[in-house]
Write a protein that binds this ligand. Structure first.
Ligand SMILES: [Zn+2]
Length: 66
């Protein structure tokens, strides 16, 4: 499973409740995967390939801009 290199987040587990109006409401196991992106980041002059989640990617971009 892809994992964020910064925050090391795992996929989240829970239950998905179907929103159909039938009385037999279906509940099934659901897994939320992190929004992982592979990015090239320049670290001390050499580019590295990292797997980052969207939240960390945004943080990184913000700090780079400032
Ligand atoms: Zn992350």
């Amino acid at each position: 499973m892809a994992r964020c290199a910064m925050c090391d987040k795992d996929p989240q587990f829970g239950k998905a409740i179907s929103h159909s109006r039938s009385h037999v409401s279906g509940r099934s196991a659901k897994m939320w995967k992190q929004n992982i992106r592979s990015v090239r980041v320049n670290v001390n002059g050499n580019s590295k390939k990292l797997y980052l989640c969207a939240a960390c990617l945004r943080n990184l971009r913000k700090t780079a801009e400032a």
